[in-house]
Design a protein around this ligand. Structure first.
Ligand code: ADP
Length: 574
């Protein structure tokens, strides 16, 4: 389905514009001209038998012949697809000329035909415009007046002798009257034509606006994520949008013009029960929540059901807008779960904190006992185990508290070289304490760089990554620590590289989740602390494989220029 479906949206087939009787004005004009020709032929018979002064039968026959010839030629040109406006002009012009000839050969000023000029004048106004109506009126006046004058002075041969009788009062008055009537008719029909054109233009404009508004509404309804269904009072679905079909997992053809009770009988009864009463005039439903069953899944829907009314306010159905709330529900369940976990974490942190003090007393007491009692063999081993394990518990508690009670980053600006010197000293001391042989290279680029970060948290993050690297290399290998300005000077980057065995694929996906470790004595909290510190600085951390061998950890965080310019603290001693 690609668009809003409506039960009353039967497509309008444009009418055939290619034959007489169709909307093409040329075709209609041709039909008019046939009537006109028939009328003029019958009238000419009357003139032939009953006409008196100045009638020329051959002239009449010739004029009628010319009229029929132009009709035939124009018809052929129309069928051959001649240019529309040109053909209209030729038809109107040839009619005027033929009527002029008929007038002339049926007695000139004494002819009964001059009134026939009204036909092309009005047709000109109707099918062309005001200018054409006036032009035909002017031509008619000239033909009548000129013909009359020509007869009077004997210039034109009509089979009658030239006569100055034509200049007498009555015929002159009749001709002048005809001329005036033509001009007035031309003006009136021209004015009407102008009004008609304006109305047509207004109509076209309002039609365009209505069409545009319809398309806009349709476009909105097609593209909204909410489903839309309208039903009439009988419960027949009159309109659905694509989202409704998607949410309800139904084909538009199965919904449109169908009774809602039938299509929604399976698993969507609740929806029907809420829509139908509103369609019959019951209270509207706003922010309702129901459940439907689709594909074996229970789906929560949020919905509003309103009345559809006539402009007079009579209720003729209901419009329902609904959304699938599955994701929102899942999200709030997840938030509830994380709130619950946060509460548990807080509790656990409290307990850990409480354990730390008695643990310190136990460790202290055991250390004193170990010094005073000179135990040997198995007993000495047991005491050593107590000390080792209590040290391990202490590490776990410290890491856990560092992770769960991480304070917000308090950023300041400090000298990069000083930081480098301090951190490399700490790492070297750690390596020495472990009897390791790790070559430590620590670089700051650019060398005169000022760092903006929480100094304590940056130290902890760097140590965590460096100690992990040393442990991965079993305290033998190359450790590189780099602190750089990257991204056009907009970001800091801490890069810790080692040439150990690389990251274990089993843990890669959960590397930064708490308590994930591959080490026997690990807590799995070191990298979670790094990730927390990175995010507290508005940045992130990612792990990569070192192309040669080993792992690379990159922490990036944005440079806070304001702090860089205003604060310049000496590096706190870590
Ligand atoms: P822990 O060090 O207590 O195991 P971490 O969160 O610091 O906890 O590390 C989690 C795991 O990530 C480690 O157990 C190890 O498998 C892996 N890891 C961390 N750093 C490296 C590294 N430089 N090389 C290889 N694996 C690493």
């Amino acid at each position: 389905m690609t668009g809003l479906s409506e039960s009353n949206s039967g497509s309008r087939v444009p009418k055939n514009t290619s034959g007489p009787g169709s909307r093409d004005p040329n075709a209609r004009l041709l039909i008019w001209r046939l009537f006109l020709a028939a009328f003029l032929t019958i009238s000419s018979l009357f003139v032939h038998y009953f006409g008196s002064q100045g009638v020329s039968t051959p002239g009449l026959l010739g004029s009628l012949g010319l009229l029929y010839t132009t009709i035939t030629v124009c018809w052929a040109a129309y069928l051959a697809g001649a240019p529309r406006h040109l053909l209209l002009s030729i038809q109107l012009g040839s009619d005027t000329l033929c009527i002029g000839l008929l007038v002339h050969f049926s007695g000139g000023p004494f002819s009964a035909f001059p009134l026939m000029f009204m036909v092309p004048i009005m047709l000109g106004a109707y099918y062309r415009d005001a200018r054409w109506s006036m032009a035909i009126a002017g031509t008619s006046a000239i033909l009548v007046g000129g013909g009359h004058f020509g007869l009077a002075i004997g210039w034109l041969l009509t089979g009658q002798a030239a006569s100055l009788d034509y200049l007498q009062g009555w015929p002159v008055f009749v001709t002048a009257l005809h001329m005036a009537v033509f001009l007035v008719t031309g003006m009136i029909s021209g004015g009407l034509a102008r009004r008609l054109a304006e109305r047509r233009q207004e109509q076209t404009h309002s039609h365009f606006l209505a069409q545009k508004a319809r398309w806009e509404v349709r476009n909105i309804l097609d593209n909204i994520q909410s489903g839309l269904i309208t039903v009439n009072r009988k419960g027949v679905i009159t309109r659905v949008n694509p989202s409704a079909c998607r949410i309800l997992q139904l084909d538009p053809a199965k919904l449109l013009k169908q009774d809602i009770r039938g299509v929604m009988a399976e698993g969507m009864q609740e929806l029907t029960d809420i829509i139908l009463p509103v369609a019959s005039g019951a209270e509207v439903v706003s922010r309702g929540e129901i459940h439907i069953h689709r594909g074996g899944v229970r789906m929560p829907l949020g919905l509003n059901v309103n009345h559809v009314t006539t402009p007079g306010g009579r209720i003729i159905g209901a419009i329902t807008i609904f959304t699938d709330l599955t994701r929102e529900k899942e999200m709030s369940a997840r938030i509830r779960e994380s709130d619950r976990l946060a509460a548990i974490g807080e509790l656990a942190a409290g307990i850990a904190h409480e354990i730390r003090n008695p643990l310190a007393s136990i460790r202290g007491s055991v250390e004193i006992l170990a010094g005073e009692l000179e135990l040997e063999g198995y007993q000495n081993q047991l005491l050593g185990l107590v000390l080792k394990e209590s040290a391990r518990v202490n590490t776990i508690i410290n890491d856990f508290l560092a992770y769960s009670r991480m304070p917000a980053a308090t950023k300041s600006s400090f000298n990069g070289q000083e930081f480098r010197d301090q951190i490399s000293l700490q790492i070297r001391q750690h390596v020495a304490a472990k009897d390791g042989r790790v070559r430590v290279v620590c670089e700051v680029e650019p060398p005169d760089m000022m760092i903006v970060a929480d100094p304590g948290q940056l130290t902890q993050m760097t140590l965590n990554l460096a100690i992990n690297a040393c442990q991965a290399m079993a305290y033998e290998g190359d450790l590189r620590i780099g602190l750089n300005l990257v991204g056009g000077g907009e970001n800091f980057e801490l890069v810790v590289t080692d040439n150990g065995p690389g990251i274990d694929p089993d843990i890669r996906e959960h590397l930064f989740s708490p308590f994930k470790t591959t080490k026997d004595e690990g807590t799995g909290l070191g990298l979670s602390i790094v990730a927390r510190i990175a995010s507290a600085h508005g940045g992130n951390v990612r792990a990569e494989d070192n192309p040669g061998q080993g792992a690379i950890f990159r922490v990036r965080w944005p440079l806070d220029r304001q702090l860089l310019e205003t604060v310049n603290d000496p590096l706190p001693v870590g």
